[in-house]
Design a protein around this ligand. Structure first.
Ligand SMILES: C[C@@](CO)(OP(=O)(O)O)[C@H](O)COP(=O)(O)OP(=O)(O)OC[C@H]1O[C@@H](n2ccc(N)nc2=O)[C@H](O)[C@@H]1O
Ligand SMILES: Nc1ncnc2c1ncn2[C@@H]1O[C@H](COP(=O)(O)OP(=O)(O)O)[C@@H](O)[C@H]1O
Length: 290
């Protein structure tokens, strides 16, 4: 093992799950305003960052084929943006093992970017305040600011107005991606008129998974119906999840991945095994999200 490996920072870029997503309006530039409740899974892409003079990126893992490996990769875009903003002179040797399906509504690329900003700020000793990192993250993608916090939160605006929700319990989930990609832009287009309803007031007492599921029943993912219209496989996933003993099931983000909430991680694990056996072409994982 060389010196680079010894001094590398190793980080997980967690999958993001939008538990609820209300589209509340539209900005002048056409971007939709959201009110969303998001949590982050215990599973994610595996990244490492080692000191180097220049930037390099090695992409591996099951989903390596479907993400850019050059300058368009959000990891390199985040690295370049931080270097410019901070005046740092170093580079980094970066490796990512993609475990989160790309373009699935699980924010894998955005989470890679958030993780890169935090890790390189640490590696380079850049003391950038969180509000500046958030502003920098927002230039890379709407979900990048959320990923900087990496815990349960409510986000408004297009994702940059963030309130942390530390009292939300860890949620046993099953995540399912039907191996179909839907375009985020097309889903927003298909939605048409913004429903315009903010999230209902969050109760103080969401102490367990059942209480969270009960609250979520009073909310929506406004992007679910348009995404199902574009990709019927999402409807198949939701139907299959609802046949397992879950408390609640819904699509995440603009799809096509969906999640279901269970009372325990054991129950989630059993449901994941059943679903994976019945649908070998689907990506199925049990995890805790917080
Ligand atoms: C929907 C969300 C919810 O967390 O997640 P994902 O499904 O991507 O995980 C995000 O807002 C995704 O934000 P971001 O990742 O920046 O979106 P992009 O793929 O760049 O957006 C593609 C296109 O969708 C439309 N778009 C996107 C976000 C938004 N708030 N309003 C929009 O109208 C725009 O036309 C944009 O050009
Ligand atoms: N490191 C990365 N990982 C995943 N996707 C990336 C990455 N860099 C750029 N992309 C591009 O960003 C798009 C959105 O990816 P991702 O954030 O995983 O999905 P979503 O926005 O649906 O949650 C992908 O289609 C891919 O082309």
């Amino acid at each position: 093992m060389n010196d680079n490996h010894l001094s590398a920072l190793v980080r997980t870029a967690p999958a993001k799950i939008n538990l609820a997503l209300h589209v509340t309006g539209r900005r002048d530039d056409g971007y939709h305003l959201l009110d969303t409740l998001a949590v982050f899974a215990d599973l994610g892409d595996a990244l490492s960052f080692a000191p180097a003079e220049d930037f390099s990126l090695e992409v591996s893992g099951r989903f390596a084929e479907i993400v850019p490996d050059g300058a368009d990769n959000l990891i390199l875009r985040a690295a370049e943006a931080l270097k410019r903003a901070s005046g740092a002179t170093a580079g980094a040797q970066i490796a990512v093992k993609k475990e989160i399906p790309a373009g699935a509504g699980l924010g894998g690329g955005s989470s890679d970017a958030s993780t890169t900003l935090l890790a390189l700020a640490e590696l380079w000793g850049v003391g950038m305040p969180m509000d500046e990192l958030v502003a920098l993250g927002a230039t890379l993608g709407a979900d990048v600011p959320m990923g900087l916090f990496g815990g349960a939160l409510r986000a408004r605006g297009i994702g940059e107005e963030i309130t942390l929700l530390p009292s939300l319990p860890a949620l046993p989930l099953v995540l399912v991606w039907p191996a179909r990609v839907v375009s985020t832009g097309k889903v927003f287009q298909t939605l048409g008129q913004s429903p315009g309803r903010a999230l209902p007031e969050l109760p103080d007492n969401m102490g367990d998974a059942r209480a969270v599921a009960d609250f979520l029943k009073t909310t929506t993912n406004d992007l679910e119906a348009p995404a199902v219209a574009l990709e019927p496989a999402i409807g198949d996933v939701l139907q299959a999840l609802s046949k397992t003993p879950c408390l609640f099931a819904r699509m995440s983000g603009s799809g096509s991945a969906c999640f279901a909430i269970y009372e325990t991680l054991d129950a989630a694990g059993t449901a994941a095994e059943t679903l994976a056996r019945a649908h070998p072409q689907w990506w199925v994982r049990a995890t805790l999200a917080r």
